[in-house]
Design a protein around this ligand. Structure first.
Ligand SMILES: Nc1ncnc2c1ncn2[C@@H]1O[C@H](COP(=O)(O)OP(=O)(O)OP(=O)(O)O)[C@@H](O)[C@H]1O
Length: 298
């Protein structure tokens, strides 16, 4: 099993690589140089295990998230992608019966250490959900809400709202209707509003849990463009079922699968392979990755 990019050069070549790469629309390293290992890791998961009650949902995950990179978490349904993502900003604290073992570090500090405030963690490590979930408030108040409730020092809220909406590529579409309800926006606009709401509190890392799964292809494409723009300012970690999307936007990909327990049949998620996205799609090290990305299972 290869879970480290440094092993990439020792892998056998995959004769199907070119075909898979074309199938997924992979942009590859030609557009961006992706180093062998995640640069200046902002976050790391170290021997991460997650349980829901007695159920061992995720086994021993080690991952490193490079600064200003987009990392995609992919794999078949139930392999623990969203569970891992939720551990990265302690969202699993809010799930009854969930227990996390191991460490998640943010700039070297374990976010599960006793003295750490989970609210502060979620301010630094923001999250965008699968379904756009604007508050039943105006566009303006959706953005201003986070800074207000977290007591952020804001010199000029109008400027902050504009900056966040600009950052989410929504400003031009809403600048004349900031006081109107966010519910009047299209699904794609609502999702960009949720991204603007997340960036308004000035996070460092943005977690995205299938952010485009409720959107049409045009809205999806706008969000993907936005992610690529945002990469200059944020570290982004995305769960996606859409392999083309992982190939189009991410620098690095982690492929997970689920292994059934021989006695109980319970399926525990595990990391199979973590590498540069170009390697995962064109030259995967593990047969399970190759089978998945070429559509042979999952
Ligand atoms: N709140 C919960 N309580 C109990 N079990 C849960 C809970 N959330 C997830 N699970 C279980 O943990 C396992 C991993 O689920 P998770 O949603 O993380 O997988 P996933 O790979 O993101 O799946 P999908 O692609 O279908 O969204 C599954 O078996 C799921 O049923």
């Amino acid at each position: 099993m290869s879970t480290h990019p440094a092993t990439a050069s020792t892998r056998p070549a995959n004769s199907e690589g070119r075909e898979i790469s074309m199938m997924t629309g992979l942009h590859g390293d030609a557009e961006r140089e992706v180093p062998d290992v995640p640069p200046d890791p902002v976050m790391e998961a170290l021997k991460l295990n997650v349980f829901y009650g007695d159920f061992h949902a995720v086994h021993d995950v080690n991952l490193s998230f490079g600064k200003h990179e987009i990392t995609a978490l992919i794999g078949p349904s139930g392999c623990g992608k969203s569970t891992v993502l939720r551990c990265l900003n302690r969202m699993n604290d809010l799930v009854a019966g969930a227990r996390v073992d191991g460490e998640v570090t943010y700039h070297g500090q374990n976010i599960y250490a006793r003295k750490v405030d989970p609210i502060a963690v979620r301010t630094q490590i923001g999250m965008v959900f699968q379904k756009p979930n604007p508050f039943p408030k105006s566009i303006y108040d959706n953005i201003a809400y986070g800074p207000r409730v977290t007591g952020m020092k804001v010199d000029n809220m109008d400027d902050l709202v504009e900056e966040a909406l600009q950052g989410a590529a929504l400003w031009d579409e809403v600048k004349d209707k900031l006081k109107q309800s966010a519910y009047g926006l299209s699904g794609g606009q609502q999702q960009r509003l949720c991204i603007a709401r997340t960036i308004a509190t000035k996070p460092d890392v943005i977690l995205m849990d299938e952010p485009c799964s409720a959107l049409d292809p045009i809205a999806t494409s706008r969000i993907e463009d936005l992610m690529l723009q945002m990469r200059d300012d944020y570290t982004i970690i995305i769960v996606t079922h859409n392999m083309q999307q992982a190939a189009r936007v991410s620098d690095r990909t982690a492929f997970f699968t689920a292994r059934p327990d021989e006695t109980t049949g319970n399926r525990t998620g595990l990391l199979v392979e973590f590498d540069r996205t170009s390697n995962i799609f064109a030259n995967p090290a593990d047969k399970r990755t190759e089978d998945y990305i070429s559509g042979r299972f999952g």
